[in-house]
Design a protein around this ligand. Structure first.
Ligand code: 7GP
Length: 754
């Protein structure tokens, strides 16, 4: 393909004369056309991956790489005095996701297309995304993340369906993003929307009138659900998503020749967590509308739907009051009642029923009773689901349960974000690992090769420098690449325990203040958004930002310890941060992190994990061996036992462990409180009390060992050869964590596409 000609045709002028904006727009169009050429209509059976979130990241480079155009375009622009990096700055990151679940969905779409499988994503086109995080007075504040500007990769289609909600009719419109596979086919991500959305209803921050559904339906992902209107809006969103999905699915199947009784030969639906659950009663309803009996409709739907669970936290297992459903989607309520009734008649076990005693509808119960597959996302997580959280279901349906350990796409999380490492790996072991990730193992041959180890450290240093440059340019903060980059980036949640990391940093700060000078200089980096209504999570951010401010203004401490909290952590920032990391903090309370995928990205880019035996950390441990990972903390069994017997008492640790007391007390010290210019700080005080009276995620029992193991990792870092060897072995053993492997397993066990 003559890319130069295409680009010039699109521009209507020479590249050299065009502005970056014009080039960006032309590239979007050239890329979309090239991607469309790789669409395939064949394939009888199709997967529909329905998800409330897709955290896709910027698309330009990724699409160029997957279409095999990256080098050519890069050189062409260079030749004309332009820079692809500058042009990429104009590429807005689609704000359609929140965390791991959404990023996983995006890695999956990449792998599905790369493996040549027939599978599309289905979701919603949020205009303002989750939110954009800014810091003001050391507090998180939220503003709309307006990503849909004139020029994006979105393609407006003429597909539209009527959706009845709350006694009104809404007409949807479907936008598509093309999903390019690496040297393979193109699939699509379908994003449903309304033409009537009106962002002018957003007032201060991200507040808006929650009742104006025609204007607000697809404004934000996860609108605040702390009041009834907010919870109802979530039901509106979810139903809108699945009603459209069901229409699309049935239309496509019929057009390919399905008589609907054989729908399962044409369709498989993967329900990504409970948000899309209403697709089950809705598909049944639409099948009945198309003439099937309820018995047939239920049976067929059952054969088409599979469910993935992403968390064991009870708060995320959605339950909706049946009254809400009656007022918004009365058309599916009788179906839900039939589904419930059948389960109640068949099994005596009340705990697996769909409508509970308080008239709440359990979304997971619909999925598990009426889907044919239930999977967890890492070995340990699936075992916990089977043995505790979902044990009652497991006893009835053991054959439905299976594990699919998460993975990440190497196209984005290695090739695109870390080109120098990719290139070096290609020189050493050939290009095969890009398509067959297990070939990374060949790198092990070099584990004692000093030149290779040096070169790996050198690449890491360059990536650290590049990250420093980026932070200086975008945040005005000057970092020192010659310190250990010790990083924790992920959503802010108490179970992920950013507060444990913070306590270590306070301890280190106090030591330095007391004249105990550490041997290693460390830069602790955090990236995390807190859900707007999650008070304690915001308190933790406030405490981190407060410590950051103290240190930034203290030249004595700053030489040895920095604490940096990055604002608005997203895929774009992650792609710059991850290749620059030395130590990857994966410190959730064992049993609570379903899998984690950041842990895999860091490992693949040659960081060493410091973590608990939780989620996929367990499998990372098994793959790299104990020499190449730092493990601490209570085991998952110990944690589960502690919850069961209710024996945990944070006060006991506080009273008996002087280091814990010292660090926690510091939260409400005059240094910290003083930053507010007042004599008290509600947020810090609340966090202090939370530690003392609750500490629900058991920070204190793990504190001593965490500090010990973390300090050991820092001191091991001094021996650069040994350290680099650990990094090499992490990279070499990351092959298992490719989402290509995960998707092959989904396809083999669940989807069975050709
Ligand atoms: C996350 C889990 O917390 C994480 O451990 C896992 O790696 C990821 O899903 C992908 O499976 N869950 C979410 O992001 C989430 O929102 C609540 O879960 C429904």
């Amino acid at each position: 393909m003559d890319i130069e000609k295409k680009l010039v045709d699109e521009l209507g002028k020479n590249i050299i004369e065009a502005t970056n904006e014009e080039i960006y727009r032309a590239l979007v169009s050239v890329v979309n056309k090239a991607a469309i050429d790789k669409e395939e209509r064949n394939g009888k059976k199709k997967l529909y991956y329905i998800s409330a979130e897709f955290l896709i990241g910027k698309l330009l480079s990724n699409n160029l790489i997957n279409l095999g155009l990256f080098d050519e375009v890069h050189e062409l622009l260079e030749k004309n005095g332009k820079n692809l990096g500058d042009i990429e700055e104009l590429d807005a990151e689609p704000s359609l996701g929140n965390g791991g679940l959404g990023r996983l969905a995006s890695c999956f779409l990449d792998s599905i297309a790369t493996l040549g499988l027939n599978g599309d994503g289905v979701g919603l086109n949020y205009h303002m995304g989750l939110f954009k995080q800014t810091f003001k007075d050391r507090l998180q504040s939220e503003i709309p993340d307006k990503w849909i500007d004139k020029d994006t990769f979105l393609i407006k289609t003429d597909v539209s369906y009527p959706v009845s909600m709350g006694g009104k009719m809404y007409n949807s419109v479907m936008y598509d993003l093309l999903v390019t596979g690496y040297e393979n086919r193109t699939n699509r991500l379908h994003l449903f929307d309304l033409e009537t959305i009106d962002s002018s209803i957003i007032k201060n921050g991200i507040d808006f009138d929650k009742e104006a559904v025609d204007k607000n339906l697809t404004l934000f992902l996860y609108p605040d659900d702390s009041d009834e209107a907010g919870r109802k809006l979530r039901i509106y969103q979810q139903y809108f998503m699945v009603c459209n999905a069901a229409h699309l699915i049935l239309d496509e199947a019929v057009s390919k020749g399905s008589d609907l009784y054989n729908l399962d030969e044409y369709v498989v639906i993967q329900i990504n967590d409970t948000h899309p659950t209403m697709v089950i009663p809705e598909l049944i309803r639409q099948l009945m509308e198309r003439g099937l009996s309820i018995d047939d409709a239920i049976e067929i739907t059952n054969k088409c739907c599979a469910y993935t669970n992403h968390t064991i936290l009870a708060e995320a297992l959605e339950k909706w009051p049946i009254g809400y459903l009656k007022s918004i989607v009365p058309q599916i309520v009788p179906i839900i009642e039939v589904l419930d009734d059948r389960i109640r008649r068949k099994y005596e076990d009340e705990s697996i029923a769909i409508i509970d005693r308080n008239d709440f509808v359990s979304m997971a119960a619909i999925d598990i009773n009426y889907g044919y597959s239930v999977n967890g996302v890492a070995g340990l997580h699936t075992e916990i689901l089977k043995n505790t959280e979902l044990n009652n279901f497991y006893k009835i349906y053991p054959e439905k349960f299976n594990n699919k350990t998460n993975g990440i796409t190497f196209r984005r999380w290695l090739m695109s974000c870390n080109p120098s490492l990719t290139k070096y790996l290609e020189e050493l072991i050939g290009e095969g690992f890009i398509k067959d990730s297990f070939l990374l193992k060949k790198l092990e041959e070099y584990k004692d090769d000093k030149n290779v180890l040096n070169k790996l450290s050198e690449i890491k240093m360059q990536n650290k420098q590049a990250f420093c440059d980026y932070i200086e340019k975008t945040r005005g903060i000057i970092l020192d690449k010659d310190t250990i980059f010790d990083v924790q980036s992920k959503r802010l949640h108490e179970y992920k325990r950013q507060q444990l990391n913070l306590l270590w940093a306070i301890r280190r700060y106090l030591d330095i203040k007391a004249g105990i000078i550490p041997e290693e200089r460390v830069t602790v980096i955090f990236g995390a958004k807190a859900a707007p209504a999650y008070t304690i999570a915001k308190d933790i951010i406030h405490a981190i930002l407060s410590l950051m401010q103290l240190i930034e203004n203290d030249e004595d401490v700053k030489k040895y310890l920095r604490v940096i909290m990055l604002d608005n952590y997203n895929v774009d920032v992650a792609e710059k941060l991850i290749p620059a990391c030395d130590i990857s903090e994966q410190i959730s309370l064992a049993s609570k992190e379903a899998s984690g995928t950041g842990n895999m990205k860091y490992m693949l880019n040659g960081a060493v994990t410091l973590g608990t035996m939780d989620g996929a950390n367990v499998e990372i441990f098994e793959n790299v061996g104990e020499e190449n990972i730092y493990i601490f903390g209570l085991s998952s069994d110990e944690v589960i036992a502690k919850y069961k017997n209710g024996s945990y008492d944070p006060k006991y640790y506080y009273d008996n462990n002087a280091e814990i007391k010292r660090a926690v007390d510091f939260l409400v010290s005059k240094e910290m409180i003083g930053l507010s210019g007042k004599d008290h700080d509600e947020s810090l005080e609340r966090l202090y009390n939370e530690f003392l009276n609750k500490d629900y995620f058991m920070t204190f029992p793990d504190f001593d060992e965490y500090c010990k193991v973390r300090n050991k990792a820092h001191s091991d870092y001094k021996n650069q050869d040994e350290w680099s060897r650990k990094c090499l072995l992490n990279i070499a053993n990351a092959g298992y964590f490719s989402s290509d492997r995960t998707i092959e397993e989904y396809n083999r066990d669940i989807w069975k596409l050709q």
